[in-house]
Ligand binder design. Structure first.
Ligand SMILES: Cc1cc2nc3c(=O)[nH]c(=O)nc-3n(C[C@H](O)[C@H](O)[C@H](O)COP(=O)(O)O)c2cc1C
Length: 323
């Protein structure tokens, strides 16, 4: 426990939740610069790591400013999890390993991985064992509030003796998908069952007040996992922290947001080069939500090929004159 970074983080812990296609190295770093305490990778397939690890290992690489950095694994075969835990621990050397028990996406769930594992307690236990026995790193899990007639509380009761240290609970059930009702009381109940472990609440946090509300209503919870709410708003982490500590928070004006967008573009260029210039486009659309002339601005931004071009478009004064 002494070497487990989870127990050394300030409270509330504000985590960048794993998001496939989003939480790459550049996004993790920009979120850490603006207040995240820990950053998860995109989910990585244990079978890919078992059979042909090179490409996945490339995707999982990280830089020091992203730490503490947690690699998330998904799959269904305990043997693949065991090998993947060894490879990730020795080759990537992150600060923690997470296991995905929450994904409802067809290509994951349909193969018996992600949230499909929650009702299969024996297999779940084997997978957690396989990871814990094959790494010295702290192991965490990410789950949903329930699936079919199994609640997350019943699930946790059946695995609470295993040596994972943290659980992030998405407050929606499997059936609730990405927009269903959120239940954070269940997250607090889970913390009561596993008081010696860290419990984070995830889902629907888009404004500083959303995060604050969860922490105020459920004070036992150790922290929050932020996902779609930080699209174009990596500073949501520092706003939540500020609101928690002082009762108010700093609003970001267009100039501040532009600066962050350019910073993010620089990071993605550094890690992915030209390919990154395609990937930054969705982020630029999110950053410029609510800007005057947003659609005209986006049309220009999605054609940009370099950080210099992005900078020039964002700094062009005439783009920001409200008609
Ligand atoms: C585009 C996208 C990709 C995601 N990828 C992952 C993933 O790789 N692993 C995972 O455990 N959850 C994944 N999630 C789920 C999020 O981590 C989070 O649990 C969910 O979006 C609910 O939080 P939110 O309402 O704040 O977005 C993903 C969600 C989205 C929208």
């Amino acid at each position: 426990m002494e070497n487990n970074f989870w127990f050394k983080l300030d409270r509330p812990i504000l985590a960048l939740a794993p998001m496939a296609g989003i939480t790459d190295s550049a996004f993790r770093e920009i979120c850490m610069r603006y207040g995240a305490n820990v950053a998860y990778s995109e989910m990585a397939s244990v079978s890919a790591l078992f059979f042909k690890p090179q490409k996945t290992l490339e995707l999982l690489k990280f830089n020091a400013p992203e730490r503490p950095y947690v690699v998330q694994l998904f799959g269904k075969d305990p043997e693949h999890f065991a090998r993947a835990a060894q490879i990730v621990s020795s080759k990537i050397k992150p600060d923690g390993i997470d296991i995905n028990f929450g994904c409802p996406a067809k290509k994951v769930f349909g193969h018996g991985s992600g949230c499909a594992l929650m009702p299969q307690i024996d297999l779940t236990r084997k997978i957690i064992h396989a990871v814990c026995e094959n790494t010295d790193l702290p192991v965490s899990i990410k789950i949903r509030a329930g699936i079919k007639d199994l609640t997350a509380i019943e699930f946790i009761e059946k695995i609470k003796d295993l040596p994972f240290s943290t659980v992030m609970v998405h407050g929606r059930t499997y059936e609730g998908g990405f927009s269903g009702e959120l239940n954070f009381s269940i997250v607090e109940e889970i913390k009561k069952i596993i008081q010696d472990k860290i419990v984070l609440a995830n889902g629907g946090i888009h404004l500083p007040q959303d995060g604050m509300e969860i922490l105020r209503k459920h004070p036992l919870i150790d922290g929050l996992g932020l996902a779609r709410g930080v699209w174009g708003k990596p500073y949501l982490f520092s706003q939540i922290k500020e609101l928690y500590e002082t009762g108010r928070f700093t609003e970001y004006e267009f100039d501040g947001i532009k600066k962050i967008a350019i910073e993010h573009a620089g990071l993605i260029w550094k890690s992915k080069g030209t390919l990154g210039m395609f990937e930054i486009r969705k982020h630029l659309c999110w950053y410029t939500r609510g800007f005057p002339n947003a659609s005209e601005l986006r049309q220009k931004l999605v054609q940009s090929q370099s950080v210099e071009e992005i900078k020039a478009i964002l700094q062009e004064k005439s783009m920001f004159i409200t008609p």
